[in-house]
Write a protein that binds this ligand. Structure first.
Ligand code: GDP
Length: 196
């Protein structure tokens, strides 16, 4: 599909009021500040798209975007705020668990990790969810421009090694919204997920 034709559909704090659970959906997950919004904007060439997900009140919601009539992106609520009250954390868990276990159209997860802080506790949670549900996972090591190419490659290999034992298909790549590197590679991964 043509990713720059993406359009905002709606935001929802629960599985009610979401677009019909049909067609195919790819969910974007990531620790807050990992570069997820920038990645969605870069991939769709639309600066305003993921800004919607950052609107106060919508940060803890599922934000849906139409790529085509039958293909969607979902921006999952960012996690990892240091000072979030336990009640909000519980809510986040409940929403994620419900969404990930019940959404039939969900066909893959894209996990965005800051290349300088890969595999946080929350990333592992996401990876384990994919493991348990059998969902394919594509990982973006974002802000790759923050490291030299050599250091970035080393991180890629180190992360790859740590994920070797997980028995679900996991692909990973370097990505930079700032330098627009890795965009074609992500599009290819998305194309593949949408073609299943
Ligand atoms: P989110 O909370 O995961 O949606 O993260 P954002 O996309 O809002 O990015 C968090 C911060 O990292 C912002 O200050 C961005 O400008 C910065 N950032 C995002 N992507 C990149 C990148 O590819 N390179 C660099 N150098 N900074 C980035």
């Amino acid at each position: 599909p043509v990713y720059h034709q993406a359009k905002f559909i709606n935001s929802s704090p629960h599985l009610k009021d979401t677009p019909d659970d049909q067609g195919l959906e790819i969910a974007f997950a990531g620790r807050s500040n990992a570069g997820k919004s920038s990645a969605i904007n870069t991939l769709t060439r639309q600066n305003s798209l993921a800004r919607i997900s950052k609107t106060p009140g919508r940060t803890q919601m599922l934000n849906f975007f139409a790529i085509t009539e039958q293909q969607r992106f979902v921006d999952l609520p960012g996690y990892g705020y240091a000072k979030v009250p336990d009640a909000v954390k519980k809510q986040w868990h409940a929403l994620m668990e419900t969404y990930l276990s019940q959404r039939k159209s969900l066909c893959a997860i894209v996990l965005v990790m800051d290349i300088r802080h890969p595999l946080t506790e929350f990333d592992w949670q996401m990876i384990n969810w994919c493991h348990h549900s059998g969902l394919p996972l594509h990982i973006l090591l974002s802000k790759a421009d923050k490291l030299t190419y050599g250091a970035a490659k080393n991180t890629l290999l180190a992360v790859q090694k740590q994920l070797k034992e997980i028995p679900v298909p996991i692909t990973l790549q370097l990505f930079s919204s700032l330098k627009k590197t890795g965009v074609d590679e992500v599009h290819q991964a998305l194309d593949l997920f949408f073609s299943f």
